[in-house]
Design a protein around this ligand. Sequence first.
Ligand SMILES: *[C@@H]1O[C@H](CO)[C@@H](O)[C@H](O)[C@H]1NC(C)=O
Ligand SMILES: *[C@@H]1O[C@H](CO)[C@@H](O)[C@H](O)[C@H]1NC(C)=O
Length: 621
Amino acid sequence: MEIFTLTITLASIFTILFAVKTYFPYFWMDVRYFCELLQIILKFLSRRRRTPCFFVVDRFLEQTATHPDRLFIVFENERYTFAQTDKRSNQFAQALQSQPGYVAGDTVALFMGNEPAFLFTWLALAKLGSPSALLNYNIRSKSLLHSFNCSGATVLIAAPELREAVEDVLPSLTQQGVTVLLMTDHCSTPGILSFTEKVNAALDSPIPCSVRSNVTLKSPASFIYTSGTTGLPKAAVVNQMRLLSSLAVLSSSGVSSKDVLYLNLPLYHTAGFIIGFIGSIDTGSTIVLRRKFSASQFWDDCRKHNVTVIQYIGEVMRYLCSVPMRENDKDHKVRLAIGNGIRAEVWREFIRRFGNVQIREFYASTEGNVGFVNYAGKIGAIGRVNFIHAKLFPFVLIQYDTERDEPVRSPDGLCVQARKGETGLLVSKITDFAPFEGYAQNEEQTERKRLRNVLKKGDLYFNSGDLMRIDHDNFIYFQDRVGDTFRWKGENVATTEVSDILTMWDCIKEANVYGVSVPGHEGRIGMAAVTLKEDTHFDGRKLYSHVTEYLPSYARPRFIRIQEAVEVTGTFKQMKVKLVGQGFDLGLIQDPLFILDDREKSYVTMTTEIYNSIISGNMKL
Ligand SMILES: *[C@@H]1O[C@H](CO)[C@@H](O)[C@H](O)[C@H]1NC(C)=O
Ligand SMILES: *[C@@H]1O[C@H](CO)[C@@H](O)[C@H](O)[C@H]1NC(C)=O
């Protein structure tokens, strides 16, 4: 009898399990993700409750105490264990403490490339309870001053190779009484102090934690600048709480102390700094740090250092796939790639070419209050709608009018939720658990990211500026950034889609697609600034047939501008503003310029006659 009952029970369990697997294929993945999320949150909450306050730097000290001799940083020919990193950062901290013009707790700006000194300085500042402003080392003059000033920093620490950039803004800095330190043994420029010898001469004894006793979880920890495509950079405030919660970014993806992480993205941005560096502090992994991303060195580096985890942004994966194939493409130990922005076709190509690498695509922004992880490994998706996740971080996709560049509002003034399968703007409710800290000293930009009266009168959401789509299996797909679409002939054109089609063609290496306005026409017409692959030449007829084959007429770039190199920012984000401003004006452009000609079935050279007839309205586009 008992055996009978048992058999029946087992059979029903199997039937249920089978049904779950068949009808809800992602059920177990969802459950697993939920458990992981719960663990992360519990760990975070227990850390948050600790007294005195527990900060990221305390996690680093914990790791150092438990594994002093574990390798933490590898850079060129340098190696630093946790203990060595700790001692070196103590020296930085001691030297700073005895620096006139600096008091523990003051904000300090870092102007440095990817090198160990960046990490040592950051840790030193954390030990001293000082917020750090992570300046983008590509910025100069007005932008540099602006970024520096909006952090409220009183000290600037710069790498020696950036001396000239510092000298450019030195008069203003001196006038404001800023202490300027250069990481070199000697500097003859008046107003710039050399700092390296002071660091080398400093004691490596620990900084007592009483020095940071005034710091709370609400205090700013770092300022990270968002790579604004328009206007001056904005400093997103990353407070101690947010940094503490981001300790989990790597550990929650299964990264452990046995892993070796390849960090080549800029440390001044979230991807490199938070995911790579802060994430490794929690996991205790080894960081192989590289100055810059290099597609040709990438896999050799990975082989040399036994790298197991790599980080990417979309362009990185595309560049890796575009270097010539090699016999040893699959010969490496990389098992996991973490990042954001890989396109579906690049994802497939990457796996085909470099073997079984798990790709963990996620979505997050430096200042945003919502993030997703594609834990199910669904190609092309950035994440998945999960009941629990949606409860903790209430987000919604709302209909967006790309023409007017604002959310669609119903007559009652509220936003309209996008339906499944329909593209909408991602907005996320601002709560205590999902806060939005805003931008330092920039209430105007902060307010622009806030959206009110979304689903109810008086509610408050964070406007991500990202257009997304949720499919019927609840996967979330990134569609575009607001502003990365334009409307032409009443249709939305997604610039990234057009650029993907263009780069599929043999000759085009990179394509930057945007919309330009034409007098007498609504919307904006498509234009692409492209670079050509080596040893190829532009064949207007062939490009015409490629474009007409793959793109609907409204999405075809009407103008093609051929450039020597695509201008990019530090994260390869293409700079469109200038290009858009120049449009197809022959007077402003020296580059070769072509226009799509349907009668000739080709892209033909743009002439002043054509230009004039467009401007005068004789020629309709
Ligand atoms: C903490 O703040 C108080 C009040 O502003 C100040 O007097 C004290 O010196 C600070 N302590 C440290 C360690 O900075
Ligand atoms: C990489 O792994 C191989 C074999 O497991 C080992 O012989 C080699 O020393 C390792 N290299 C580094 C840099 O750890």
